[in-house]
Design a protein around this ligand. Structure first.
Ligand SMILES: [Zn+2]
Ligand SMILES: [Zn+2]
Length: 216
């Protein structure tokens, strides 16, 4: 079995390095006891070197794929291979022996973005609150604009201009230089804490979002 873990402490001893390993939010005592031979449980540790796909990215990709596969009633393994072949088709790298473990940080980022795009394309509800944590925020805001999904809640969105025309020097209206964000009608205008009710700065502070340059 593979589990995400955090090394919380370490020290050198005569026999090697002792580690204090935390597996967050999971209870494994019984399982680990069952695996033990002579009170020893063997494990491999892959330490995050921040160049290859990070453990965090690996976990995010899995969480997302599991969520989508469950929603669609697909087998996870099947869905994973679908996403992998889509990635190869779109980006053309990683053709031979596609393995997530061999991805670079950037490839992993593109792979995660593709998973989100798949969900948006298929109108699969995701836990939108978690999205900005899962995806690079600028990528996420871009995908929201592209698929016209509210960056806050994922509902059908309209485009709000983050920068007003006046901020662009009042010259002839050139939309392409203005930052934008995709918002549903509620987050755009209707809620008491909507963009137009509390204003851009308050809204940005509350939801941790911002406008980005997006050309249709
Ligand atoms: Zn607006
Ligand atoms: Zn919304």
């Amino acid at each position: 079995m593979n589990e995400y873990a955090e090394i919380k402490g370490y020290r050198n001893t005569e026999n090697g390095t002792e580690l204090l390993v935390l597996i967050p939010e999971r209870q494994f005592q019984t399982k680990i006891k069952r695996f033990a031979e002579n009170k020893k449980v063997k494990a491999m540790i892959r330490i995050d070197d921040n160049r290859h796909i990070t453990i965090e990215q690996l976990r995010k990709a899995h969480v997302l794929m599991a969520e989508i596969a469950t929603y669609l009633g697909y087998y996870m393994e099947w869905f994973k291979s679908l996403m992998k072949s889509w990635y190869v088709e779109v980006y053309g790298d990683l053709k031979d022996g596609f393995s997530m473990a061999n991805m670079s940080v950037d490839q992993a980022r593109r792979f995660i973005n593709l998973i989100i795009e798949f969900a948006f394309e298929m109108d699969i509800p995701l836990r939108y609150k978690d999205m900005p944590i899962i995806v690079e925020i600028n990528d996420y805001l871009y995908i929201c604009l592209r698929y016209k999904k509210c960056a806050i809640c994922g509902e059908k969105a309209e485009v709000h201009h983050w920068d007003t025309v006046g901020a662009n020097g009042g010259r002839k209206y050139d939309d392409s230089k203005l930052r934008k964000i995709a918002l549903c009608d509620k987050h755009h205008r209707l809620y008491s804490d909507s963009m137009h009710n509390i204003g851009r700065d308050e809204f940005a502070k509350k939801y941790h979002v911002h406008g980005i340059i997006y050309i249709e």
